[in-house]
Design a protein around this ligand. Sequence first.
Ligand code: ZN
Length: 420
Amino acid sequence: MKKKNTKSKNKDVGHIKGCQICGDDIAIVFSLGHQPVTQRYLTEETLHEPETLFPLNLSRCSNCGLLQLDYIVDPEVVFAKDYPYRTGLTKMLIRNFEELAETVHRLYVINNNDLVVDIGSNDGTLLKPFKAKGARVVGVEPTDAAKDANKAGIPTVQAYFDAKSSEKVVKKYGKARFLTATNAFAHINELPALMKAVKNLMDKDSVFISESQYLMDILAKNEFDTIYHEHLRFYSLKPLQKLFEIHGMSLVDAERISAAGGSIRAYAMNGKRPMSERLRKLIKEEEKAGIYDEQTYRKFAEKNITAKNEFLSLLLRLKSEGHKIVGLTSSARSNSLLGFCKIDDKILDYLAEKDGSPKIGLFAPGSHIRVVSESELLKDQPPYLAVLSWHIGDELVEKMKSIGYKGKFIIPLPLAKIIE
Ligand SMILES: [Zn+2]
């Protein structure tokens, strides 16, 4: 195979023409049009200013099979300091990280004083169960979530994860026994630089564990709402293998987990190493599901358009019958869903977020729908609640019933339906 330098073809930000892993040509398989950055909420003041839209296209490399965006938005815009998301607000993630620490301990044994470094550590939620197991922990996080982590006793370097910050961590704490990147490994641009920073922290026995949304789940459940500018790559196992191989590492093991609507947890180590049996099996399953066939993506695009039309038709029908509909919750995913389906504040009266969410009082990007607190929603008791975070729909429906919501629920995807 011909070797190409990704960097020579791709700019740091903007439109890219070469695959982020192997540098070969990429082609669009599904377009969500031009969309705003999903966590750029507007205030009463900024509602009066122009809003910037960026191309949002899912593209595919025909060489290594990596699904990826073809437009990279400046990370300073995507992950602004005031980025409102906090991991610790999602119960599903807290449980996932407790399970991760248990699994890592079972597979590799976490010894007292082992160093665990988390890339894109947000408020330190992942590191807490590792710390409880006696490990030394340190996070690297560019947004102000780092301040919350430090306050909570999780040492965190507030910086982008790059050569400089990784060297800083090594100097102060040493090499990592375990290096984690959950929902971050697909978010960082400039893969060669990222891999260099990863390798800075690794010695021969270090294990790099990443969790990323899994292409198999995205395809199976029509999860087009997970396509937004933060997610630069949508991993499957063969492209991951290729990526590690290019950087002198090996993908040694992988497992499917339920986090974030279905994710892949991948384990990689330095040097040439064998694959685990379950990794071999997972790759076979991918091949069987047609994940490396071009026509799979033509079907995916068709299914997404059908899903959009069904959801929008349902909302418009209820609206024309005079019903009030509101959205639950306001997340990156929900903004992507609303953006692609072209749903605005003429259709959903408002979006409800957990009390205390920093988004309350702001307006969702693109749709400009106002965000209010759940308490306000409970007082209002609208007859229909569109569960926009449908990937944790069961948890949300159960919770809303338990706190006294009496109306019906609309689940938007994989195909829109109403549940009592
Ligand atoms: Zn490629």
